[in-house]
Structures are given as structure tokens and as C-alpha cells.
Design a binder for this molecule. Structure first.
Ligand code: FE2
Length: 307
């Protein structure tokens, strides 16, 4: 049990699932918001401080070199939640990427489209101080400390943009399908393939290096327990990435990943996204294996509206 220090109360708090500011934005249908920095409570900053302090030695040991370089470039304050405006001042000149504050879940097509425009939808709330370990939803530690340092790397940034392009290709392809049921069936299959690719690379990817396996996936980079488990645990299956396997492989989000894929470099990853798009155009993503992740109504609607 974590003991909570006697902290002065400043803002009303921007805590995951307990932030009136976020609830209000969602009620008004506002997806893109500003970061009301004054609302962070001292408990929120303390959660950031503890998360950052315990991750640092694990990043030094397990994270890929571009992540560590990115962390140094961004100069995040270990003691205070970052201001997105300051993060972007350091980030944008490097790759053109920006962290863009959102009120929560962004429907899939809009998410992809943000990547294409070098914007990363970024959660501004932070997990509770007494629940630092497991959180099903993203928070600012996952998004800014886990994802954003990777966006300082030009090769990785280029890959994300290319991945964002794939959503437009999907829309282009299904817009020619007249039959609505067939259009939806194909979209759901393509979406599963794209979501699985994102999961096994951007979120949970491993990379080969002269010093052994390193982590570049943000789901691992923001998890104190899983980053070590991913590299060290003998029961984890770690295989060189194969596109045909990744797009057909279901995953579950609520436990440590039993299966991880290894890339050689970000150029390798970029070429895989290229191939993913070619496979989409040739119809290879129209019938990928069923099961997780299923496309929810919001995600489906976002693609249908664009098609
Ligand atoms: Fe993520």
C-alpha cells in the first residue's frame, strides 16, 4: 500500500476518471482541448515524480538509444507534469511532431489522421497516486514519457506518418465498394490488421541492438513491471517480426504480453509499413484472422464518414 504524503491541495486535479474538466469537455463533445495546467493537484505532480523516478533506471537499462536521446532532447522535468507547449517547443523543430491535448478516446480514423499530420493525440490526465502500476487507459505518463520521446527520432516519426497514410488508403479502397455490408466487413478486417500492427510495434515493439534486445514500444516504456519482463522473462516468446503473423495475431490488453516481435531498425519498421499498405491495396488485409481487437462503433463510424 502506497502512503500518501500530506500534500497541499492546489488544483482540483486532473486524475484519470476523476477530472471534472475532462467530463465537461466530453459532455460538450470536445475531443481536442487545451491543457489547463493550473488544475493539476500536488498529488498529480507527485504521481508523475514517482513514476518518472522509478522508470529512469529501467529506461537506462532497457530502452532503445533513440528513446534515451529523445528524453534528453525534451528535458522533461522529473518533478512536475510537463506542459505540452514546452514539450512541443523542443519537439517540433526536430521532426515537426506535436503533442495535441485530447479529452480522451479519439476514434480510430481521426487518430490515424493526426499521425499523418504529425500530431500525437495526448491524454492530459494522470493516474491516481495510489494506483501507479496498472491502468487500462492511457494517461499523460504513458503518452508523454512513453510515446513522445520516440517522436524526436526522424526515422520513427516518418514511420508514424506513413502509418497514418494507411488509414486514408483504407478509406480510398472501401469507398469503391457499393454494398454496405461488404464495405463494413472489409473495413473491420483492415482495421484489425492495422491495430495489431500498431500494437506489436509502436506499443510493444522490441529492437535488436549490439547490446542485446532493447525496447521501443511505448506500452513497455511506460510500464515499470513489464519493461523488464519483456526483455528478461524466459516465458515471453520473442520472434523476429513477420508481417503475416502480426496482422493475424490477436492480443489482450489486460496482462503482460506473452508474445513480442523484434525489428532490426526503424528503417526496417518503415519498410514493413510500406508492405502493409501494399498488402492492403492487393486485398490481403480483407480477410485477416478474427478475434481481438474488434472495431467499436465509434471507430467504424469515423472510417465510414471519411469514405
Ligand atoms: Fe499508447
Amino acid at each position: 500500500m502506497v502512503s500518501l504524503p500530506d500534500l497541499p491541495r492546489t488544483g482540483t486535479g486532473l486524475t484519470t476518471t476523476e477530472a471534472p474538466f475532462i467530463e465537461e469537455a466530453r459532455r460538450k463533445g470536445e475531443l481536442y482541448i487545451h491543457q489547463p495546467y493550473e488544475l493539476y493537484s500536488e498529488e498529480n505532480h507527485e504521481a508523475w515524480r514517482r513514476l518518472y523516478a522509478r522508470m529512469m533506471p529501467r529506461w537506462e537499462r532497457y530502452a532503445t538509444e533513440p528513446f534515451l536521446r529523445g528524453l534528453a532532447c525534451l528535458r522533461l522535468d522529473p518533478n512536475r507534469i510537463p506542459r505540452l507547449a514546452e514539450v512541443n517547443r523542443a519537439l517540433a523543430p526536430l521532426t515537426g511532431f506535436r503533442a495535441r491535448a485530447v479529452s480522451g478516446y479519439i476514434p480510430a480514423f481521426l487518430f490515424f489522421d493526426c499521425l499523418r499530420n504529425r500530431e500525437f493525440p495526448t491524454t492530459i490526465t494522470i493516474r491516481r497516486l495510489d494506483r501507479l502500476d496498472y491502468l487500462p487507459e492511457p494517461d499523460i505518463f504513458h503518452d508523454v514519457a512513453g510515446h513522445v520521446p520516440m517522436h524526436t527520432d526522424p526515422a520513427f516519426a516518418r514511420t508514424l506518418v506513413r502509418f497514418g497514410d494507411c488509414a486514408h488508403t483504407a478509406v480510398e479502397l472501401v469507398s469503391t465498394v457499393r454494398d454496405r455490408d461488404e464495405k463494413i466487413r472489409r473495413l473491420k478486417s483492415i482495421f484489425r490488421a492495422l491495430a495489431r500492427f500498431f500494437w506489436f510495434t509502436v506499443e510493444f515493439g522490441l529492437m535488436r541492438s549490439p547490446e542485446g534486445l532493447k525496447v521501443y514500444g511505448s506500452g513497455l516504456l511506460s510500464s515499470y513491471g513489464e519493461i523488464a519482463h519483456a526483455v528478461e522473462a524466459p516465458e515471453v516468446q520473442r520472434y523476429p517480426i513477420r508481417l503475416e503473423w502480426v496482422i493475424n495475431q490477436a492480443f489482450e490488453i489486460d496482462h503482460y504480453q506473452p508474445l513480442l516481435f523484434i525489428v532490426d531498425s526503424f528503417d526496417h519498421l518503415f519498410h514493413l509499413v510500406d508492405r502493409l499498405e501494399r498488402w492492403m491495396r492487393s486485398g490481403k488485409l480483407d480477410n485477416v484472422a478474427p478475434c481481438e481487437p474488434e472495431m467499436n462503433e465509434q471507430d467504424l463510424e469515423s472510417f465510414l464518414q471519411a469514405a
